[in-house]
Design a protein around this ligand. Structure first.
Ligand code: MN
Length: 252
C-alpha cells in the first residue's frame, strides 16, 4: 500500500508532519505538498509556468504550486510507481459546509479520485485558543485509513473528515454527515498600503447557517468526528426538466 499525502498549508505545516508519521505505521508514504500555505486554492492547476519539484528529505517533496498541482504531478507521472490512495491534511482549521468549494485540502483529495480507493481530506477544527490537538487528527486519520484497508469502500471515493480540536479521549465518536451551509462571508477588509493606495483583504468565512442535525457542523459542535462522502458531479439533476422547458422558444 502506497499512500500519497498532500495538504494546502504547505509541506512544513504541523498537520502534514503528524499525518505522515501516523500513516507510516500503516503504509509507505510519499509527501508531495505546496512549498507554502495555499489555503483557499481550491481545484486550481498552474498552467502558465512549468512546475518544479524539490525534495526536502527522502519521501518529502515540495512544489511551488497548488495542492491540485501536487497531487496531479504525483499520480500522473512524477514517480515510477503508482499510489493507491491520497490523504490530504491535516488542515489547520475546519472544512465544513461551503468551505469545501474553496478548500485546497479537499481539492487535493478530489484530485486523487481516479486512483480507485477512497481519498480522504482531514481537517482539525482549530480556532483561537482551541488547543491545536493535531495528535487527535492524526490518530483519527490512521484509524480511518486502517478501516479502508480492512474494509473497502466502493461507493464513496472522497471522504471529507472534520475532527473536533480536543484530546483524543474526549471525542464522542464518529458521525456520517451531509454538508451544512454557511451564511455569506464577512465583508472584505479595506486598508491602505504604505503609499496610501487602497488594498482589500477577503474577510473570514460566514457563520454557520444550515447546521441542524445530520450536518457536519452539528456533529463537530457536539464533539463527534464528521465524515461526509463527497461527489464531484455538481449537476442539479432535479432542475434538468425545468431548464429544458425554460429553453424552449428561445430563438423565437
Ligand atoms: Mn489550509
Amino acid at each position: 500500500m502506497k499512500i500519497l499525502v498532500s495538504n494546502d498549508d504547505g509541506y512544513r505545516a504541523e498537520g502534514i508532519r503528524r499525518l505522515r508519521e501516523a500513516l507510516l505505521t500503516l503504509a509507505e508514504v510519499t509527501v508531495v505538498a505546496p512549498d507554502r500555505n495555499r489555503s483557499g486554492a481550491s481545484n486550481s492547476l498552474t498552467l502558465d509556468v512549468p512546475l518544479r519539484v524539490f525534495e526536502a528529505e527522502p519521501g518529502v517533496h515540495y512544489v511551488p504550486g497548488t495542492p491540485t498541482d501536487c497531487v496531479h504531478l504525483a499520480i500522473s507521472g512524477l514517480f515510477d510507481f503508482r499510489h493507491d490512495m491520497v490523504v490530504s491534511g491535516i488542515n489547520d482549521g475546519p472544512n465544513l459546509g461551503d468551505d469545501v468549494l474553496y478548500s485546497g485540502t479537499v481539492a487535493a483529495a478530489i484530485e486523487g479520485r481516479f486512483l480507485g480507493l477512497p481519498t480522504m481530506a482531514v481537517s482539525l477544527c482549530t480556532s483561537a485558543g482551541s488547543g491545536r490537538h493535531f495528535a487527535t487528527g492524526a490518530e483519527v486519520a490512521r484509524r480511518l485509513v486502517a478501516q479502508v484497508l480492512r474494509k473497502p469502500l466502493e461507493r464513496a471515493r472522497i471522504l471529507n473528515v472534520n475532527v473536533p480540536d480536543r484530546p483524543f479521549d474526549q471525542l464522542r465518536g464518529l458521525r456520517t454527515t451531509r454538508l451544512g451551509f454557511r451564511h455569506p462571508s464577512e465583508p472584505i477588509v479595506r486598508a491602505r498600503d504604505p503609499h496610501g493606495r487602497p488594498v482589500y483583504w477577503v474577510g473570514p468565512a460566514g457563520p454557520q447557517d444550515e447546521a441542524g442535525p445530520g450536518t457536519d457542523f452539528h456533529a463537530v459542535e457536539a464533539g463527534y468526528v464528521s465524515v461526509t462522502p463527497l461527489q464531484v458531479d455538481l449537476t442539479r439533476h432535479d432542475a434538468l426538466p425545468a431548464v429544458e422547458s425554460w429553453l424552449e422558444g428561445i430563438d423565437g
